[in-house]
Design a protein around this ligand. Structure first.
Ligand SMILES: C[S@@+](CC[C@H](N)C(=O)[O-])C[C@H]1O[C@@H](n2cnc3c(N)ncnc32)[C@H](O)[C@@H]1O
Length: 329
């Protein structure tokens, strides 16, 4: 974890960044080796987001099948005045998984009394580029980017003891199973107390005919995003995955109320990562992502268990997506 202003001395700053990158690479390799050793092979979805993965995610957001981005953006746009009235005045906006901070611009344009913006993301290149662009577009705004894995403890700048409103759009909460989602939301409530809140986008349960294409667009961008994970492993850990020998698959698992993404081995094969060999049968999969879908009631129950009360939910006419404002109790 590091904030951009770790030290005024550039040599110390570079050294701190190198230590953080080495630690992150070590954790990534350990997670890959552990995940590929399980009976159902898995890879954590947070590793999708290297520089290329972040670019591909931005392209996914523009695909016609990917309704979440345009739906959430429209809800925010329509209800920002009410959202602003719900939030405490003079708050610091802390965004989890800020990516390109595109939706944030709506908030920055319309919520004039925000004291500062703290984007938090695991992908440092994308985070810093977006932060610089925001700084240029909003010269009077204090922007304090934090490169961190938000599933682990990290420090959020205090900034004059002002209330913190956490912003967690994109239904990224859906990437976590119920226990991990409660743990993450519990940690967020601790950061928001006292007096803060959480503005969170949640993808709602709907027909598999809408859900599955959203994660398997006709242009093949989500497939490229999924396969980029193997390319990243090849590049960073001397891996030998044959990208042509795996195919992207997205399926709705109704029992668990989630869309699953997999990489399906097209043949019997062996792939090596950092000197360790992994054997694949034809049709065997690596499970790379879950996107849990909630009813409003189910999400409210989850939030309650993590110490939050649902203050307001704004939705779209089709009830595809819910933007929730939660208050930490
Ligand atoms: C689904 S994208 C959402 C991006 C953007 N907030 C939006 O609404 O379009 C998830 C974002 O969270 C970041 N991310 C994923 N897992 C993370 C983690 N464990 N810690 C920090 N950032 C993470 C990714 O780099 C990416 O920018």
């Amino acid at each position: 974890m590091s904030t951009v202003r770790t030290s005024a001395d550039p040599t110390r700053r570079r050294a701190a960044t190198t230590v953080r990158r080495d630690k992150a690479a070590g954790e990534f390799l350990a997670d890959v080796l552990e995940g590929l050793s399980k009976p159902q092979k898995t890879l954590p979805c947070k590793y999708f987001y290297d520089a290329r993965g972040s670019e591909l995610f931005d392209e996914i957001c523009e695909q016609p099948e990917y309704y979440p981005t345009r739906t959430e953006t429209a809800i925010l746009d329509e209800h920002l005045d009410a959202i602003g009235e719900t939030m405490p005045p003079g708050a610091v906006l802390v965004e989890y998984g800020s990516g390109s901070s595109t939706k944030t611009r709506l908030l920055l344009d319309r919520l004039e009394d925000l004291a500062a913006y703290v984007p938090v993301d695991i992908c440092d290149s994308h985070l810093l580029r977006s932060a610089w662009q925001l700084k240029a577009a909003y010269p009077r705004l204090t922007v304090r980017p934090v490169c961190a894995d938000f599933t682990k403890p990290f420090r959020v700048p205090r900034l004059d003891g002002r209330p913190r409103v956490l912003f967690f759009p994109g239904s990224t909460i859906g990437n976590f199973g119920p226990a991990d989602a409660i743990a993450l939301l519990t940690g967020m409530a601790e950061i928001a107390r006292p007096g803060g809140g959480l503005l969170i986008g949640v993808d709602l349960l709907k027909s598999p005919h809408v859900l599955e294409p959203a994660y398997d667009d006709a242009a093949g961008v989500t497939a490229a995003f999924n396969l980029n994970l193997l390319e990243r492993i090849n590049r960073e850990f001397d891996g030998s995955f044959d990208l042509d020998a795996f195919e992207h698959r997205a399926i709705f698992n109704a029992d668990d109320s989630r869309v699953e993404m997999h990489l399906v081995s097209q043949t019997e094969q062996v792939a090596e990562v950092d000197g360790t060999q992994f054997r694949f049968a034809t049709g065997e999969t690596i499970h790379t992502e879950n996107s849990y879908k909630y009813s409003r009631e189910a999400f409210a129950g989850l939030a309650n268990r993590a110490g939050w009360r649902v203050e307001t939910v704004w939705t779209d006419p089709l009830d595809y997506f819910g933007v929730h404002y939660l208050v930490a109790e």
